[in-house]
Design a protein around this ligand. Structure first.
Ligand SMILES: *Cc1c(COP(=O)(O)O)cnc(C)c1O
Length: 241
């Protein structure tokens, strides 16, 4: 992708996010865009850095490691948003500044152990399964209260909010129901005393709905970087084939 194309896409998505905020009666300053650079190389990340971007979402640990090493002097923040195997906790603890796909007790324990060894603490979001598709990752909503309580015991994991992927459908009301459920789960948790204001929800195809339902962060790949060189199913197992 050439630089002018990336710059135009970035300006465009900021405008569309601001429009969606205004349509929802929200202040655009309340909603961050997380650029999702997965599958794109270091050259593209450098172009994005030239636009002032410093925080990137990835869904494979190996890509975070490789890009973080190649751009070690750039002080970028790498955000893990994809399904995370417990045996990858070590590299996440070393290279990521945030994990949004924390979805089970064993992973929390493994991350805490590795982060202690690295002497680091990171922000985490709990990924909740809000859709009924059975291939989707994420914690079942009924298990959220107990999981949040258990996370309070880990000094290395700063729990900041919740993340979800909506059901893959063209029916807006079904997508909206996923986002609404995440907001209600967050509000209930806040009511129980957890300080978890953030809601990471919405992607290129559905972010206006997510913003209307209270997203504080939208994860945008395609609309910024263009179509990915590999199909989603290659990098993202729950995508339709
Ligand atoms: C790839 C990905 C995104 C971005 O998807 P686009 O449709 O390209 O905007 C968001 N969230 C997760 C978890 C992803 O894997």
């Amino acid at each position: 992708m050439d630089q002018s194309h990336l710059a135009a896409n970035w300006a465009d998505i900021q405008r569309r996010v601001a429009d969606a905020c205004r349509a929802a009666g929200r202040d655009p300053a309340e909603v961050n865009v997380l650029p999702v650079s997965k599958t794109f190389g270091v050259d593209v990340v450098r172009e994005a850095m030239a636009l002032g971007l410093t925080r990137f979402g990835e869904n494979k640990v190996q890509e975070i490691r490789d890009k973080a090493r190649a751009l070690a002097n750039a002080h970028l923040d790498w955000v893990m948003i994809g399904h995370l195997q417990t045996n990858k906790a070590k590299e996440v603890a070393r290279y990521a500044s945030e994990v949004q796909s924390l979805d089970r007790p064993e992973l929390a324990a493994a991350l805490d152990h590795r982060l202690q060894m690295e002497g680091r603490a990171i922000d985490v979001l709990v990924q909740v399964k809000t859709s009924t598709e059975d291939t989707k990752y994420g914690l079942p909503p009924a298990e959220l209260p107990g999981f949040l309580d258990s996370l309070a015991g880990y000094g290395t994991l700063r729990v900041r909010g919740l993340m979800t992927l909506a059901i893959h459908t063209k029916v807006p009301e079904e997508i909206r129901a996923c986002f609404r459920q995440l907001r209600e789960l967050r509000d209930a948790a806040i009511g129980r005393g957890h300080h978890i204001p953030r809601l990471s929800m919405g992607m290129s195809g559905d972010f206006p709905i997510a913003i209307a339902e209270g997203a504080t962060e939208v994860r945008i790949g395609t609309a910024i970087f263009g179509k990915r060189p590999y199909p989603d199913s290659y990098y993202w197992p729950e995508a339709p084939r």
